[in-house]
Design a protein around this ligand. Structure first.
Ligand code: PXP
Length: 255
């Protein structure tokens, strides 16, 4: 049964839409505050809280990472680019897990997977201090053999399969989109079937209250996927039912 990681970046996105110019509001950092949001997600059943500290700090800011790490009683997963600065922050904050993602300044959200293949020596070196500090290292990759094998070769403990293509194909699965949907499912299935004995498999991106059911219905998915990381859909639902309840509903689907 996968653990549910809740990505609360989108709470910070709302805050920064108003307070980008600087601190303000009752917390001194503007509202809504990511720290009580993380606490609400935990009350709703989140097994892990994820924050993506972007290099441009466009939503999550350093103080969010420090506070959530300090106050959150569950696993803390820092999503980050593979830069020296981020490596230093992960070590300083003693996060439980890092998920390395590619970062593009213009993108709205993380678009592609990390380029691991061909850069194994680079990643091996980069991961060393993190692994020495006991931090679980995960690579956010497209579900392709070449990237999974390179992640193993680089020494990553886990891979997070980018489910963007799966989710997109899922919404087009009727009629002409059926072939694409089959390929996207097969790609995820192949990774689960071939590699779940070698490294931990996580999955995330564009999962929602509907498509998560079909992802978990894939043979082996429920037992072999260790973590699901979901943000946008949960925070969107929270607008109507509150974050705690939105997480609770997702947890019921995942478990
Ligand atoms: N996993 C990773 C590595 C991501 O970059 C994101 C997006 O921040 C997510 C999961 C969550 O994606 P979504 O917000 O679409 O659920």
């Amino acid at each position: 049964m996968p653990l549910l990681g809740v990505n609360v970046d989108h709470v910070a996105t709302i805050r920064q839409a108003r307070y980008r110019a600087g601190p303000g509001g009752s917390s001194g950092y503007g509202e809504p505050d990511v720290v009580p949001a993380a606490a609400a997600a935990v009350r709703g059943g989140a097994d892990c809280i994820t924050l993506h500290l972007r290099e441009d700090r466009r939503h999550v800011i350093d103080r969010d990472v420090t506070k959530v790490r300090e106050l959150c009683p569950v696993k803390f997963n820092l999503e980050m680019a593979g830069t020296p600065e981020m490596q230093g922050i992960a070590l300083r904050e003693k996060v439980h897990q890092v998920t390395l993602v590619p970062e593009g300044r213009q993108e709205v959200t993380t678009e592609g997977g990390l380029a691991v293949a061909g850069r194994e020596a680079h990643w091996r070196e980069y991961l060393k201090p993190l692994k020495d500090a006991g931090i679980v290292t995960s690579a956010f990759i497209t579900p392709e053999d070449v990237q999974v094998r390179a992640s193993i070769e680089s020494g990553f403990d886990a891979i997070e399969l980018h489910t963007g293509a799966f989710a997109h194909a899922w919404s087009e699965r009727a009629g002409a989109g059926a072939g694409l949907y089959k390929s996207a499912r097969d790609a995820v299935l192949r990774c689960i079937g071939s590699y779940s004995n070698t490294l931990r498999i996580h999955a995330g991106h564009a999962l929602n209250y509907e498509n998560v059911h079909d992802l978990l219905a894939l043979p082996g998915a429920r037992s072999e996927i260790r973590e699901l990381h979901i943000g946008h859909s949960i925070v969107s639902r929270a607008v109507f039912v509150g974050l705690e309840q939105a997480v609770r509903e997702m947890k019921q689907l995942v478990h």
